[in-house]
Design a protein around this ligand. Structure first.
Ligand SMILES: NC(=O)c1ccc[n+]([C@@H]2O[C@H](COP(=O)([O-])OP(=O)(O)OC[C@H]3O[C@@H](n4cnc5c(N)ncnc54)[C@H](O)[C@@H]3O)[C@@H](O)[C@H]2O)c1
Length: 307
């Protein structure tokens, strides 16, 4: 049993990760500034600190809680916001992560897990699915800030021996992803369909993405507590699914009968990206298990019930 600090544990993925750690018998401490997350997402069994990862309060949390493991999910996650306000993106994602890494070294944290991105780090790779050997070539500030943090993590390992595993997430979907935000196409489409609004398919519905259910991601976060030291692992399904295909499945689960608006891709968005999870399979013994249709059905049901 470990005491695990989950940054961003009031958010979509972080709250599922916190649930999974508690279910596996660990103690969980959540740090979140509630900028996009919600207090209600934090599991009742977790200790909650409303704090910014960029601020001095983080040091007080470490001194009080003395976590053995840190899973760092708090971030500015919106690609378009990263283009509009690159300094905010860098402050949260880069400076916040450095603040956290410093605290980890000072308090002798035994394992650092990081939520990186497989969707925004490779740009438009020539060969798909992208593997961890595909060169990083981000095409948005968010992808650059995530890649930069990966380099800092490797540096803290080289300088101070901080053990780490970097998990590069694909397009994660599932219950608790906000249908009102700018990130998370599945929830945004469901929200629009249920409200009877016209969903917009950017890239005219053609872009390919890798959709992995949040429960599968949380399972990988549990497996990576004991495995994958020093590794960068894509948590991909290896399968590209078009936004149009996604729309058609969600139409069934929402009863939406209208047509979508088709618009070009927006700046910073890539056309085709999906990754292979083969290395995660070999290292963690992880494969995504949730069938896409069933996962989308659950997502639609959750939004119907909770908004
Ligand atoms: N959702 C995806 O498909 C996806 C894909 C790749 C990577 N990721 C990464 O996974 C992580 C979680 O993403 P999510 O989709 O759950 O987003 P989310 O917005 O639901 O969660 C992020 C959480 O971080 C908190 N936060 C933001 N800035 C903070 C700060 N300065 N201090 C403290 N807390 C702060 C927010 O309040 C929120 O609860 C992020 O690091 C994101 O980059 C997500």
């Amino acid at each position: 049993m470990s005491r695990i600090l989950v940054t961003g544990g009031a958010g979509f993925i972080g709250s599922h990760v916190a649930d999974a750690y508690i279910a596996a018998g660990h103690e969980v401490v959540v740090v979140d500034n509630l900028s996009t997350g919600a207090r209600a997402n934090v599991p009742a069994a977790a200790t909650f600190h409303e704090a910014d990862i960029c601020g001095e309060a983080l040091a007080e949390v470490f001194a009080a809680e003395r976590p053995k493991v840190v899973n760092h999910l708090a971030a500015q996650i919106d690609v378009r916001k990263s283009l509009q306000d690159p300094q905010f993106d860098a402050r949260t994602n880069i400076l916040g992560s450095i603040n956290l890494l410093e605290a980890c070294v000072k308090h002798g944290v035994r394992k650092f897990l990081f939520a990186s991105t497989g969707g925004a780090i490779y740009g438009e790779p020539k060969t798909l699915p992208a593997s961890e050997d595909t060169p990083a070539a981000p095409l948005c500030h968010y992808g650059v800030s995530k890649y930069c943090v990966e380099q800092y993590i490797r540096l803290y390992h080289a300088l101070y021996g901080l053990p780490y595993t970097i998990l590069r997430f694909p397009n994660v979907y599932g219950p608790r992803q906000s249908p009102h935000g700018e990130a998370g196409v599945c929830s945004i489409l469901v929200g629009k369909m249920l409200r009877g609004e016209t969903p917009v398919l950017y890239g005219h519905g053609a872009p390919l993405r890798d959709y992995v259910y949040v429960g599968d991601i949380a399972r990988a976060a549990v497996l990576a507590l004991d495995r994958g030291d020093g590794e960068i692992l894509n948590l991909g399904s290896g399968r590209g699914v078009s936004v149009r295909e996604l729309f058609d499945i969600l139409r069934e689960f929402t009863g939406f009968t209208g047509e979508p608006a088709l618009e070009p891709l927006r700046p910073g968005e890539v056309d085709r990206i999906y990754t292979t999870g083969d290395r995660a399979s070999a290292v963690l013994g992880w494969v995504p298990e949730m069938n896409l249709r069933e996962g989308l059905r659950r997502t639609a049901e959750h939004i119907r019930a909770h908004g």
